[in-house]
Each structure stands twice: as C-alpha cells, then as structure tokens.
Design a protein around this ligand. Structure first.
Ligand code: SF4
Ligand code: MSK
Length: 623
C-alpha cells in the first residue's frame, strides 16, 4: 500500500492521510479514479458527441467504423466543438464569479451590503479612470463605475474594456484575426450557439471563437474579479504564512473555507477573530478558532490576511479525514460532491453557502450580500458549537506544514523592485534571470499529486527561470517550501542573487485562478517597457496537473496573449489531427504562441527553457 500511495502523491501529509482513509475504509478521489479505469477512449480523444438527439455519436479512431456522426460531423468538427464547449464552461465560471464580485461592490457603494467597505481607494480611482468615468468625485461616480463594469458583461458594441491593457501590437493581432472580444457573456452564448447541431462546422473557425471567448475571460472577467476584489478586500502585499494539513490545530475550532470566492470567506475570517466568538470557543473547551483554506478561496484569504492554507484540490477530502474539522464551508468551483457523504462519517459540518451550488449532504447556510457579516457569524457559531462533538480518538493531523511568503500582487512586485519593472527587465537583459514562467493550475489524479507542479518549478528555478504561480500550483509550491525566501538556495546563481538582494522567494505567489490576470498585467508592462509584443518575451506558461474547464479557458487566453504554454495532462483533442495541429503549430503563425503537451515535468522544463532561450536569441540577448 505504501508503494501505491507513492504513485498517488509526493506530499507526505497526503500520503499519510490516504493511508488513514484506506485504514478507515473511506473512499477518496483516488479510489474513484481507479474504479473508472480504463477510462473511455472516445472521451479521451474527444470524438464523442451528444449535441443533438440523433446521437450520441462517436467516431472510430482506427478508421474501421464510422468516420462521421449522424449529421455528417467529422472527428475534426466534433473535437473542435467539444473544446469550444469546455472553454465556454470555464469562461462562464469566471464570468459569474466576476459578476457577483461587481454586484457586491455596487451594493456596498449603494449602502445595501453594509458589511463591505472600500479598502483600496487608489485602485478604485485608477479603475474609474480606465473606464472613463468622468463623473468621478461627484455623487454617483463610484456607482457609475460599478455599472460600467457590469456593462462589459452584456456589451453589444466595442470591445471588453480591459483588453485595452494589452500591448497595442497584441490588440492589433486580435483585431486582424477578428478575435477581439465584444461582451463577456455574448462570447459565451455564441460558443453555445455555434456548437449547436448544424451551426459552425469549421474547426479553425470554431477555435478562433474559442480564443475570443477566452480573451474575454483573461482580459475581462478574471481581470475584473481581481480588481474589484482588491478594491473591496485590499490589494495583497507580502506576508508570511504556512501551508499543508499540519496547519489544522488539535486544540482549536478548525474552519476550512474552500472554493473560489472571497466574498463570504473574508467575513468568516473577520467573524472568527471576533472576541465574542473566541470567548464562545473557549466556553466549549477550545483554545481559539483556526480558519484555514483550500483551493482558491484559500488562496484569496492567504494572499490578503496570511490565513494558512490546508491544501490544494486533491486534499479536500483528506482535510475531513483528519477528524479535526468542525466546519468545511464551501462556495463555488472545484468542490467535490463526495464531501457531504464523507463529512457524515465524522462530526464535520459541510456547509454550502452559494445560492448556485447545492451539494448532497450539505447544511445550507445561504449567503446574501445584505446579511454577509451576520451569516458569517452564524457559520462560525455553528462550527464552534460543533467542537464538543469532535471524537478525539479519531483525530489524526499530519505534522507537515511549511512556511511560505505570499502576497505578490503586481503592486507588491513593483514595490519590491523600487516602483518600476526596470530592475526585473535589467535582470532579464543581463541574463541573471533567463525568463519568467507562469506555472498554474489544478491537481489531477491522473498524475501523482504535486509531482508535476513541484518538479517542474524546481527545474525552472534551478535554470534561473523566475516562476510566478497561482491556484493549486501555488499551494503545491508552498507545501514544498518553494515560497520561502530561503528557497533561493535551490535557484541557479543568477536568480538566487536577484532573490537574495530583494529578499523574495524564487517562486512568487500571485493569487487565485482569477489572479492569472495579474500575470497578464506584468507581461504587458514588460512588453510595453521594451516596446515589443508579449509573444516576443522570454516567458512561458504551464499547467502541469490541470483538470478543470476553467483551465482550458485559461490556457486558451494565455496562448492567445502570445505565451507558449505546456500542458501536463492531455486535453481531449487527439482524436482530431486537424485540431491538434492548429493548437500545437498553426496558432504560432496566428497569435505567436502554441500549446505543447508534456506529462513529464523534467521534459516540460526543457521545452520551456528551450522556448525562453529562443526568445532571448530573437531579442539579441545572451543565452
Ligand atoms: Fe451526432 Fe451530429 Fe447530433 Fe453530434 S450533432 S450527436 S455528431 S448527429
Ligand atoms: S482551485 S481550478 S483545482 S487550480 Fe482555483 Fe485548483 Fe484548478 Fe480549482
């Protein structure tokens, strides 16, 4: 069994908890994954279609059976349509997240969401200027900004506003290809329309719209979510914290916040530090209240408050299996529906809070912006009152927890650099830093947990590539100690020198999945400073263990922005040689960047380094 877990995770805390799950006869994501084997080959290749009721149809990949669906759709059409639907779903998740953040912002300004305040006034004013809010400073100016942000979702004319942040050369490429995004929602709706039976049947044409939709995500929804959340909750700045299941406490009430939106978790963090709640916790025999995060809700409160992070995507069930979690509070995205059944095996209250997301076995404590603080207090009280029900005989908290330095917003990076990106550019030009890689994305039981993340990042920093990270990669890096300034010792001499002089880690945690927009802003700033396009820079992207549809949209907008991107798990496109060729070759001519697929993180690092070196050569920089 020990050998088996070694193939399932490289994280010792995860391995321990997985052994405990098996000892206790509890099923986890890895067991369900094994039960799914062998997974459907048609699905893996992307060549099944059920977009109409003449189907479902599937194409024989060996050429012996049907080569068309009932309507005549070929493998190329089916694969492209399926991919477009994945992009639509991922972009929709970010669009809905962003819209909800803007609505809370609007209600806060109008005095209806009284629990929220403006925490970053400067950012609010800068954003208002970008949206040409001329009434700013007069009554109603801030509300005008909220309405202007909302209008980007249903925009019928012009382009999504924040696409203006992209370098001019990039915008011209988008315009010449006809992929500048109009309204955020419009592009998503058009994905669904185009993939309806009998509409868009040209793979390239379908994929072009995929790029347009994804640009509306990266330079629209995700960027809006990041900006508005910074305005409401504060722009992150460097701070220290800890990561892994060992952050749970034996003698305190443990509350996990999990999902993606900081809207409620911010309130929970506040309620948990309320003296009245702490007194209540003491009255039930606990020494305090400990809030810890999982996934991107975890990243949000980690970045802004240093709230420790208990784990990444594949650790959510294991947190419950510690037997020490009084409440697992979830909002939206990446939350396994298995949690309700698992929580029922312990005293853990599995609390769902989003009006959009019901889960089997969950206790509903629905969030509303008007009563946010009150609901947060009710949730914290529920957790505290649950503490006496903890069965101490079943508590098993692994010891592993690593220190980390987080909070590298664009503003924080610029501050560390002395107010301008120039020192970073100088370090790239003189070769101390070879290039920058954005390593992001999920976990996936198809690969050993954290193996792709940690090994790829280690190889990159060893080769003087500065890594910026978000999402579950950031949590993997935190657990592996790569987010400590001391990790500079693992970096090549050049990168090490830069990190040591600035006192920063060689891997910079830039936030949650929507905060990949921060990475776009950094890339645009460097390109603008050098007077080149993003595709000319020695930069690359990677998602070594991706699983979600959001990751497909993210990968698409990163490539559409001109950044070569390596995927560690294989997307369901190989059933179409045409789609595979477009993604891995033809896109290079169109947008100056392509996808590559490489499951081995050591080989993936080589691909990234070769790419960065080729870009350096083209810029006339030494390699
Ligand atoms: Fe089959 Fe075409 Fe209908 Fe898809 S759209 S299910 S390929 S008939
Ligand atoms: S949480 S989208 S598993 S990164 Fe953003 Fe992690 Fe992927 Fe969810």
């Amino acid at each position: 069994m020990a050998n088996k877990t070694a193939t399932e995770s490289i994280d010792p805390a995860t391995t321990k908890m997985l052994l405990e799950a098996r000892r206790a006869g509890l099923e986890t994501v890895w067991d369900r994954f094994n039960k799914q084997q062998p997974q459907c080959g048609f699905g893996q290749l992307g060549i099944c279609c059920r977009n109409c009721n003449m189907g479902p149809c599937r194409i024989d990949p060996f050429g012996d059976g049907p080569d068309k669906g009932v309507c005549g759709a070929t493998a190329d059409i089916i694969v492209a349509r399926n991919l477009l639907r994945m992009i639509a779903a991922g972009a929709a998740a970010h669009a809905d997240h962003a819209r909800d953040a803007v609505i809370v912002f609007k209600e806060a300004l109008e005095g209806r969401a009284r629990s929220y305040q403006i925490r970053d006034e400067a950012k609010l004013r800068e954003l208002a200027a970008e949206y040409n809010i001329s009434s700013w400073g007069e009554q109603g100016g801030a509300a005008d900004l909220a309405n202007a942000l909302l209008s980007d979702f249903g925009r019928q004319e012009g382009y999504v506003t924040l696409t203006r942040r992209a370098p001019e050369k990039r915008r011209k490429i988008w315009e010449s290809l006809g992929i500048s995004p109009r309204g955020i929602d419009r592009e998503i709706v058009e994905c669904m329309h185009r993939t309806h039976m009998g509409v868009d049947n040209d793979p390239l044409h379908i994929l072009q719209h995929g790029l347009r939709t994804s640009i509306a995500d990266g330079w629209g929804s995700s960027m809006i979510a990041t900006e508005v959340q910074d305005i409401l909750f504060g722009t992150p700045s460097p701070r220290r914290s800890e990561a892994n299941l060992g952050v749970l406490k034996e003698d305190e009430v443990n509350i996990i916040v999990h999902g993606h939106e900081p809207i409620l978790s911010e309130m929970i963090v506040e309620a948990a530090s309320d003296p009245e709640m702490i007194k209540l916790a003491k009255s039930v025999g606990a020494n305090g209240i400990n809030v810890a995060g999982i996934c991107c809700t975890g990243n949000e409160v980690l970045m802004r408050h240093g709230i420790p992070v208990a784990g990444n995507f594949l650790q959510q069930e294991l947190a419950v299996i510690t037997g020490a979690v009084e409440a697992m509070v979830v909002d939206v995205q990446c939350i396994m529906p298995s949690l309700g059944g698992l929580a029922a095996c312990y005293h853990t209250k599995f609390i769902s809070t989003s009006p959009k997301a019901e889960f089997p076995g969950a206790l509903r404590m629905e969030f509303s912006e008007e009563r946010a603080a009150e609901i947060a207090r009710e949730i914290v009280r529920t957790a505290v009152e649950n503490y006496p029900k903890r069965d101490r005989g079943r508590v098993l908290i692994p010891r592993e927890r690593s220190e980390c330095m987080v909070g590298f917003s664009v503003e924080a990076i610029l501050k560390a650099l002395g107010g301008t990106p120039q020192p970073l550019i100088d370090a790239i030009v003189n070769g101390s830093i070879k290039g920058i890689a954005a390593v992001v994305g999920c976990n996936n039981p198809k690969v050993p947990h954290d193996h792709g993340h940690v090994n790829l990042v280690r190889e990159l920093i060893r080769n003087n590539v500065l890594v910026v990270t978000t999402g579950c990669n950031a949590i993997a890096c935190a657990k592996a100690g790569l987010l400590r300034p001391a990790a500079a010792k693992e970096a090549g001499d050049g990168l090490r020198g830069v990190c040591e002089s600035l006192g920063v880690p060689p891997v910079l945690h830039m936030g949650s999945c929507v905060d990949i927009s921060r990475i776009l802003v950094v890339a645009a700033a460097i390109a603008n400073k050098l007077g080149v396009d993003i595709s000319d820079l020695p930069v690359a992207g990677a998602a070594p263990e991706w699983m979600s549809e959001k990751a497909v949209s993210i990968g698409a907008y990163v490539v559409a922005s001109g950044v070569f991107t390596v995927l560690g798990t294989v997307p369901p496109v190989l059933g179409s040689p045409v789609v595979t060729r477009i993604l891995t070759k033809d896109l290079g001519d169109a947008v100056g960047a392509t996808f590559a697929v490489e499951p081995d993180p050591f080989k993936a690092s080589k691909l990234i380094i070769e790419h960065i070196e080729s870009k350096r050569r083209a810029l006339g920089l030494k390699v």
